[in-house]
Design a protein. Structure first.
Length: 68
């Protein structure tokens, strides 16, 4: 799956590290959000993708971990 949406984390905005992101991948029936820094993961069916994007944005706004 290719990254459909990439959201910068709080760590990215503070440090300028463009790899500190939450990435959302869209499959055929499911979307999955993964934080590249702390490994937080959440998934949901495609019809509820907007809710997943909201969760991913909330996580990204608070995540201060750096990619390892």
């Amino acid at each position: 799956m290719a990254v459909a949406t990439r959201i910068l984390t709080r760590a990215a905005t503070v440090t300028g590290n463009p790899e500190a992101t939450v990435d959302i991948d869209d499959g055929s029936s499911r979307s999955t959000a993964r934080c590249r820094c702390c490994r937080w993961t959440r998934g949901h069916d495609i019809p509820y993708r907007n809710q997943l994007v909201t969760w991913a944005q909330e996580h990204a706004d608070q995540c201060t971990a750096l990619p390892g």
